[in-house]
Design a binder for this molecule. Structure first.
Ligand SMILES: Cc1cc2nc3c(=O)[nH]c(=O)nc-3n(C[C@H](O)[C@H](O)[C@H](O)COP(=O)(O)OP(=O)(O)OC[C@H]3O[C@@H](n4cnc5c(N)ncnc54)[C@H](O)[C@@H]3O)c2cc1C
Length: 427
């Protein structure tokens, strides 16, 4: 049996591709392969969806018009409930005066529970449409000459293949590209902290769920969560097999009781030039340093301690000024400046001081900074065409291949690769 299309990864990129192919070829033989029990990607975590370019759309692949036309296809399929935004003019004026921009993004928010429900519904729809879904089966390698994929269980023949392994698949993708002579660049990363505070210290989120501030030095706020909001740690393995954790944030839907906290990331982007060839290696080195400093866990430090250049201690967590507990209890109280290079820390601290001028109170002494929050946007293949074809009949898409930085961008990448396949197959 030869599949018309083998799709690897059931995140938004893979799902977007599958639904697009079905829309023109309902009897297409599609196999969707997923390494985990259920899609492990961002649809499962908080599930904020952004519908305004350039959020989530790397500009080297997406100009405003291209992204706009794909975004409208994503939106008409997912039919999101766009959140209202109000009372923002004061914040915009304050930001503008100090060289900061508040970008207004059309957003929806399902929450972690809502995202899980959506994945289940989408997978059910695909199954009903005849798509074969194989969970807990991972792509290992490919014999591209004969169009045969090797998984950890069997060999699969395909006509077209889409590989969308997400951020956890960076290492896999790097190996895959090396084995298949696909040239790539790997030179940019985001490094930053996740900030957590009481909602009364960051009330803007009542008017704009995920406010996007752009500060100088390529520093920005990212992925704000409130309501039933938590900081989480994600486990990664470096290319040398070492385990590290990067922090992240999520929130449940409005149906869950709010805990009074808000969290968001402040990230600085850096692009490397020679002789530092690999952003991924550099990021893994930084993460390992953070693990060393935090005894194998992410570090947290209160703003009150940071200002005094003191480490945060366990005992300090109970002082009357430190009036909320960290929502990530496994983190280690400590000193983040031992682990963050000055270039990142200076930009982030400057940005936070500017933010405190725009939304006064966010730098309350109790506010926590968690470190590390590292985003890899590496492993960018050199594509053969505008549909993300990387070699012969293989397309590489989504966050893992650097064609997206969020759910909607990943879904749009899936549609775009499907457009390429439609052309190749004459559908
Ligand atoms: C905690 C968290 C919160 C987030 N919140 C948001 C948010 O609110 N809004 C937003 O826009 N973005 C969010 N993101 C980012 C979002 O997850 C990604 O942008 C998006 O999921 C990328 O989609 P993708 O399809 O490229 O990859 P993923 O969604 O990561 O999907 C890739 C899939 O491929 C599978 N896979 C990997 N390797 C293999 C293999 N070899 N064989 C088979 N399967 C494989 C993985 O298990 C995974 O399920 C969040 C990310 C995290 C981690």
């Amino acid at each position: 049996m030869k599949y018309d299309c083998l799709i690897v990864g059931s995140g938004p990129a893979g799902l977007g591709a599958a639904f697009e192919i079905l829309s023109v070829k309902p009897d297409a033989k599609i196999l969707l392969l997923e390494r985990e029990k259920i899609s492990s990607g961002g649809l499962r975590n908080d599930c904020k969806m952004n519908f305004t370019w350039p959020t989530g759309f790397p500009e080297e692949y997406w100009d405003k018009d291209t992204a706009g036309s794909y975004l409208s296809r994503v939106e008409s399929f997912l039919n999101p409930e766009i959140l209202p935004q109000k009372n923002l003019s004061t914040y915009e004026k304050r930001a503008g005066r100090i060289g900061v921009e508040l970008i207004l993004i059309r957003q929806s928010h399902l929450g972690t529970d809502g995202g899980l429900k959506l994945i289940r519904e989408l997978l059910e729809r695909l199954e009903k449409a005849g798509v074969e879904i194989c969970l807990q089966e991972a792509l290992v390698s490919v014999d591209k000459k004969n169009s045969i994929a090797r998984t950890d269980k069997r060999e699969i023949a395909y006509k077209q293949m889409i590989v969308a392994p997400g951020r956890h698949g960076f290492d896999f993708l790097r190996k895959f590209m090396k084995e298949n002579d696909i040239p790539y660049t790997d030179n940019s990363i985001d490094v930053g902290v996740r900030v957590e505070t009481k909602i009364e210290n960051y009330p803007i989120v009542k008017d704009y769920y995920d406010p996007k501030f752009l500060f100088p030095e390529r520093t920005r706020t990212f992925c704000t969560n409130s309501g039933a909001a938590h900081v989480v740690q994600e486990k990664y393995t470096t290319s040398t097999g070492q385990i590290y954790y990067s922090v992240n944030g999520h929130a449940f839907s409005n149906e869950k009781a709010a805990n009074g906290l808000v969290n968001f990331a402040v990230l600085r982007s850096v692009e490397f030039t020679q002789p530092l060839a690999s952003g991924q290696d550099y990021a893994e080195f930084l993460a390992s340093l953070a693990m060393l400093t935090g005894g194998g866990h992410p570090i947290m430090q209160r703003i009150g301690d940071f200002r005094l250049a003191k480490r945060t201690t366990k005992e300090g967590l109970n002082g009357d000024l430190y009036d909320f507990k960290p929502s990530l209890p496994t983190c280690t109280p400590g000193d983040i400046s031992l682990a963050i290079p000055a270039k990142f820390l200076r930009s982030i601290w400057r940005a936070l001081k500017q933010l405190d001028t725009i939304v006064p109170g966010v730098l309350h002494p109790a506010t926590i900074m968690y470190y590390p929050e590292i985003k890899l946007y590496a492993n960018k293949p050199h594509f053969l065409d505008r549909y993300f074809r990387a070699t012969e009949n293989i397309y590489l898409i989504g966050d893992g291949a650097g064609t997206s930085r969020g759910i909607t961008g990943a879904w749009a990448s899936g549609i775009r690769a499907a457009d390429g396949i439609k052309l190749q197959m004459g559908w």
